[in-house]
Design a protein around this ligand. Structure first.
Ligand code: NAI
Ligand code: 5RP
Length: 299
């Protein structure tokens, strides 16, 4: 199958690589010529703009957007608009707000799939978990690509109509915040508690059979191994926060209590005050690098 990929950063490059590995033809474009060249080096056909990318795709175009959420998605859709019609499929694999995705699905001539993507750059070899919203026929048309980009056939599913994929991913991120906060608080207590503990060893023991084992806990283990038991110079500052804010806003609107997710979000905002040296926040800062390759802020 032939796929156009627009946005070739940490995540888009993996979409390209995994599609090429699965035998698909990829036409790739990024505003950064360096990123486009990297995709070409992996075997994709480089395009020098959205027009060029579309001209290189045949009929029934299949296009994956992996640009930052917000204006870059709308700008790319504006550029695509003269080239796409009802037989084409556009996938937005970024962290867009679900309501924006509903609007875009209504405004776009092509079938529009909002695709929540989880796994981060570190999941390159394993594949992603994909939560897809939009028309069923378009989802079915993209299955060969989803099979390649996800962990396999079980790694993707259609959640429902337009917006539902990004809605599920938004809630996923809220859960991610709360889990990070829970691990952070536990390790903060252990780091400052009664015993002189090796936290990497604790995390390793928990990861082998404990009820609370998980990938995030494996990333805690990696953080202690690489930064040291006291997390070295990792700062008490947690960036990000938009997807968690959306989750809490939606919970308020639906009158669903989400106190843990709210508290985790509040801790992030609290971390923006002068450095208090909170261990839980320093671990969250380091974990965001672990799963998303978001820059570690250091003291
Ligand atoms: N990093 C992560 O762990 C995850 C990221 N995401 C989402 O995936 C999307 C992409 O994230 P990353 O790859 O991490 O970002 P990134 O910053 O590494 O890459 C974004 C790329 O898009 C390019 N770009 C920006 N505007 C463009 C435009 N108008 N046309 C063409 N290229 C353009 C940039 O030059 C850059 O190469 C975001 O929505 C992000 O929230 C989703 C899941 C996990
Ligand atoms: O989606 C992700 C992980 O699942 C990204 O890493 C995202 O950037 C994390 O959310 P935020 O930036 O709101 O902390």
């Amino acid at each position: 199958m032939q796929l156009g990929v627009i946005g070739l950063g940490r995540m888009g490059q993996i979409v390209v690589d995994r599609c090429l590995d699965a035998g698909h033809d990829v036409v790739a474009f990024d505003l950064s010529a360096e990123a486009t060249a990297e995709a070409a080096g992996a075997g994709a056909t480089p395009a020098d703009g959205v027009d060029d990318l579309c001209n290189r795709l045949g009929a029934e175009k299949r296009i994956w957007l992996m640009v930052p959420a917000g204006d870059p998605v709308d700008a790319t859709l504006d550029d695509l608009e003269p080239h796409i019609g009802e037989d084409d499929v556009v996938v937005d694999g970024g962290n867009s707000h679900f309501e924006e995705s509903v609007r875009r699905a209504e405004e776009t001539d092509a079938a529009y799939l909002d695709c929540g993507t989880s796994g981060g750059p570190a999941g390159a070899h394993l594949g992603f978990s994909l939560m897809v919203g939009g028309p069923e026929w378009a989802y079915e048309a993209m299955v060969p690509v989803f099979d390649a980009v996800a962990t396999g056939h079980e790694g993707h599913d259609r959640m429902g109509p337009a917006g539902s994929g990004h809605y599920v991913k938004m809630v996923h991120n809220g859960v991610e915040y709360a889990l990070m906060q829970a691990y952070g608080e536990g390790f903060e207590l252990l780091a400052n508690g009664r015993y002189d503990l090796d936290l990497e060893a604790v995390a390793n023991t928990w990861n082998n059979g404990a009820v609370i084992r998980s990938w995030l806990l494996e990333l805690c283990e990696e953080a202690f191994r690489e930064e040291g038991n006291d997390l070295g110079d990792v700062a008490d500052h947690v960036a990000g926060g938009s997807t968690g804010t959306w989750t809490v806003q939606e919970a308020l609107e639906q009158e669903i209590p989400v106190p843990l997710i709210y508290q985790a979000l509040a801790e992030r905002f609290g971390s923006r005050a002068p450095d208090e040296g909170r261990f839980a926040r320093r671990l969250a800062n380091r974990l965001r690098y672990g799963f998303g390759r978001h820059e570690i802020e250091r003291q």
